[in-house]
Design a protein around this ligand. Structure first.
Ligand SMILES: [Zn+2]
Length: 301
């Protein structure tokens, strides 16, 4: 059943069509439903096009998330909307590109290991050689494989990382916990909707598309992207579960720790250790830091 995106009150329909209003694109004879509780339009976004939705997604407006999750993409049979599956595949492929690029930067091969390829701060300009010699030599195993095998490795890595982010949240939210714990972890058994919320809110992962056009400092832009993804993930979970930002942050932290553990374990297993594995899990460090800061700010506020 659709809901009012302003106050979450269930409404039977989002709009009413009148006779001779076959062409919905023209908007003739269509009247938006007024919410019986808050007296505002139940879902104004049914009239808006994708650009407006996208801008409001970037601005993390709760109404647009409610529109997408409850009124457009959510299904009664708890299955994925086809567009979400396509978005998931797209995000996965972008993740492969970003992870590969980031790990390649973090473990430069002997050919690409030139002073200019390494970021050095102005104050440490004379220590480049020292830094070069102190960098852990990366595993040759992955680098000597054919490029297609390398691609499949990163594809498998990103798939497992994504699964290890989603599945713990599915499991935790499907539990019916007794009273003290249920106030920390809400019960929400709709797995497809949880993953939909996480995927829709990860759309900022697509921003590095700009990296193909302009050259950016990859680690810092990847870090900025992961921050944006984390903030959006927390906001989406909070809007979906209506559980407050602290609990949403805790849930995201659990998922991110599992993802980081899996990613780190796989990278270590193929011999990519130290800095590169850490680069792969940088998002988790960011998340934990941010979770702490948010809890502090909420606690103080
Ligand atoms: Zn309402």
């Amino acid at each position: 059943m659709p809901i009012c995106i302003e106050c979450r009150y269930p409404v039977s329909t989002l709009y009413t069509t009148y006779s001779k209003a076959d062409d919905k694109a023209l908007g003739k004879g269509v009247r938006l439903t007024q919410c019986p509780r808050c007296k505002r339009f139940a879902d104004k976004y049914v009239e808006h096009d994708f650009v407006v939705l996208f801008i409001d997604l970037v601005l993390i407006k709760p109404q647009v998330y409610r529109h997408l999750l409850f009124n457009r993409l959510g299904r009664e049979d708890d299955r994925f909307d086809p567009s979400i599956i396509r978005l998931g595949v797209l995000l996965l492929l972008f993740d492969v590109y970003l992870t590969w690029a980031r790990i390649e930067k973090a473990t430069p091969s002997s050919q690409s290991l030139t002073p200019t390829s390494l970021p050095t701060s102005p104050s440490s300009g004379n220590t480049t050689n020292l830094e070069l010699s102190s960098i852990e030599h990366p595993s040759k195993f992955l680098a000597t494989q054919p490029i297609i095998l390398q691609y499949f490795f990163f594809l498998a890595l990103c798939t497992l990382e994504t699964l290890s982010f989603h599945l713990p949240l599915h499991f935790l939210l499907s539990l019916r916990l007794p009273r003290p714990f249920s106030s920390i972890i809400p019960h929400y058994p709709h797995k497809a909707l949880i993953s939909t919320a996480l995927l829709v809110s990860s759309f900022t992962k697509l921003f590095p598309l700009l990296l193909l056009i302009w050259q950016y400092d990859l680690p810092s832009s990847a870090s900025a992207v992961s921050w944006a993804v984390i903030i959006n993930n927390i906001a989406a979970l909070e809007i979906l579960l209506d559980c407050g930002y602290i609990r949403a942050s805790l849930l995201c932290a659990v998922g991110a720790i599992c993802r980081a553990g899996v990613g780190w374990g796989i990278l270590r297993a193929v011999g990519i250790g130290g800095g590169a594995a850490a680069a792969g899990v940088v998002e988790t460090g960011d998340l934990i830091d941010m979770g702490k800061r948010m809890m502090e700010s909420v606690g103080l506020g």
